[in-house]
Design a protein around this ligand. Structure first.
Ligand SMILES: [Mg+2]
Length: 381
């Protein structure tokens, strides 16, 4: 069997005004998607979602550039797998889409699930956490994040991650005011939802330390990217200061980028994203992290093909924990697939079929034509 062509589907859907979401100073106005399709002369297709944060048109450009080294080759030949470089997000996202599509193809050829190629005894289902809390506005109704959390609990989710809201400087938000909201949320969700907080690298070490101690007391599952990601020593001090796991690494695409964080004990949980680094590299990262007693909980955003690929990864990890599911992507998220994997009581069941076990829906380019321009606009107040 030979690879005959690589194609990149670039898709978008505008969010309705009430579905737009805002964190920090940015309002996200559309859902984007980039899918790499690898065609073969045997009629099989492999598919892989690349993180749309690599920007779909740039991803397509890199896929087209990489294609001549892959077209004409055997999909099972390990020498054709491109590698992320940790320097260009668009390049690495393109690599990730190609790598995931190759895993899909290889597993189909082997008649196995991708998770079964990655581990001897993978799980059949993975626990999801609802990832949201990107709508609440300190100027409007910050308690909206509590209603949102309870909505997810009502849908059967057992864990919820939220962010720190709109730009604090706009409304004089302090650590004390923020922690007041956190305590209200924790009380409302008690016994129903495990909670995680994502700082999106926006806090100072002093702010982050105060918040981490309170989250620790409240029994949070983790505190993600509290401070700017280059401050490895700051991360190491935070890890040492609290029992609560400190997590990060969602933008790192190589095991080499994780190495100093592992060696300095600067992360308790690593969060690489297979949509940015590929399945091959995320498993390398997981193996290295595990040597340091660090688990991997993939960063997983955007659409359902990504969620499905990450479900195979989590199912195959040495110590599977939870899988992130983006709650703000809108209908594009699952309508890209011909059938969605079942989600019940907050668990996603891995599809039975070989490969990733999902197929693309028909007419995607017609139904969700790509909308040029950035997915977010800066808000000025
Ligand atoms: Mg994050």
């Amino acid at each position: 069997m030979r690879i005959t062509a690589l194609e990149t589907l670039c898709l978008s859907r505008l969010h309705e005004p009430e579905r737009q979401w805002i964190t920090s100073r940015y309002r996200t106005i559309k859902a984007d998607c980039a899918i790499v399709v690898i065609h073969t002369n045997g009629g099989l297709q492999g598919i892989g979602e690349a993180s749309a944060y690599g920007l779909p048109l740039l991803i397509r450009d890199w896929v087209d550039w990489l294609a001549p080294t892959i077209v004409g080759q055997d999909p099972c030949d390990p020498r054709i797998v491109p590698h992320p470089n940790g320097r260009s997000r668009a390049h690495d996202a393109a690599v990730a889409g190609i790598d995931t599509a190759l895993w899909d193809l290889r597993a189909q050829l082997a008649g196995k699930r991708v998770s079964e190629l990655l581990a001897d005894k993978p799980l059949d289902r993975v626990r999801l956490y609802a990832s949201g809390g990107c709508r609440y506005d300190w100027r409007g109704d910050p308690e909206q994040v509590i209603e949102e959390a309870l909505d997810y609990a009502g849908l059967g989710f057992t864990a919820f991650k939220f962010r720190i809201g709109t730009e604090w400087a706009w409304d004089g938000v302090t650590v004390d005011r923020f922690l007041g909201l956190v305590r209200e949320l924790a009380q409302a969700a008690a016994g129903r939802l495990e909670l995680m907080l994502d700082g999106n690298c926006r806090l100072t070490e002093e702010q982050a330390t105060s918040i981490a101690k309170e989250l620790d007391r409240l029994g949070f599952a983790w505190f993600e990217e509290p401070i700017p990601r280059d401050d490895i020593d700051g991360y190491a001090r935070l890890c040492a200061a609290v029992d609560l796991p400190i997590t990060g690494g969602e933008t790192f695409t190589t095991v080499e980028e994780f190495r100093p964080y592992l060696e300095k004990r600067a992360l308790d949980i690593a969060q690489p994203d297979a949509g940015l680094c590929g399945i091959t590299e995320i498993m390398r990262i997981a193996e290295a992290a595990y040597r340091y007693g660090v688990d991997v909980c993939p960063h997983s955003w955007h659409n359902g093909l990504m969620a499905t690929a990450h479900a195979h990864v989590v199912a195959a990890l040495p110590n599977p924990r939870v899988l992130e599911l983006c709650m703000h992507q809108g209908p594009l998220q699952w309508e890209i697939l011909a059938e969605r994997p079942p989600i019940e009581d907050g668990w996603l069941a891995l599809p039975r079929g070989p490969g990733l076990g999902v197929r693309l829906a028909q007419d995607l380019a017609t139904r969700f034509p790509y909308i040029e321009g950035h997915y977010a606009v800066q808000v000025v107040r």
